[in-house]
Design a protein. Structure first.
Length: 137
């Protein structure tokens, strides 16, 4: 029992960092689509930068970049969790109750992953961790 507990304690901060990095790379694609049309432009073309979709693209790309680096992880993740909650309630929920049917699964999932990162921090491999003396990051 002690060996398995030691294993989890040792590897949890590293797996947290790996999850953070993968989530950030996936999330940044949504922003790069809205801002740059990469990998493909959204239906209807690129949104104006100062529109709701344009601001979402800025948050998703640059917020995702900060999450990727593990820089200001907690406050940025909290903001992105809020963005995803707004996206779910403003865009997806009006299309129906069930996330599978209203296509809101990703917004809900990102919301709670970012909420977790807002509490857990960036993990062992983050710039935040380099700047802090606190071993719990």
């Amino acid at each position: 029992m002690t060996n398995s507990k030691s294993f989890y304690i040792t590897w949890s901060p590293y797996l947290l960092s790996i999850m953070r990095i993968i989530i950030a790379l996936l999330f940044m694609q949504h922003g790069s689509q809205k801002l740059f049309g990469i990998p493909t432009a959204p239906q209807g073309g690129l949104p104006p930068l100062m529109s709701l979709l344009g601001i979402a693209g800025i948050l998703e790309f640059f917020g995702g970049l900060l999450i990727l680096l593990g820089l200001f992880t907690r406050p940025v993740a909290f903001i992105l969790a809020g963005e995803m909650a707004v996206a779910y309630f403003k865009v997806h929920l009006p299309q129906g109750f069930w996330p599978l049917l209203n296509r809101g699964e990703l917004a809900a999932l990102y919301c709670f992953v970012f909420l977790y990162l807002a509490v857990a921090g960036g993990g062992a491999w983050s710039i935040d961790r380099l700047w802090q003396r606190d071993e719990t990051l």
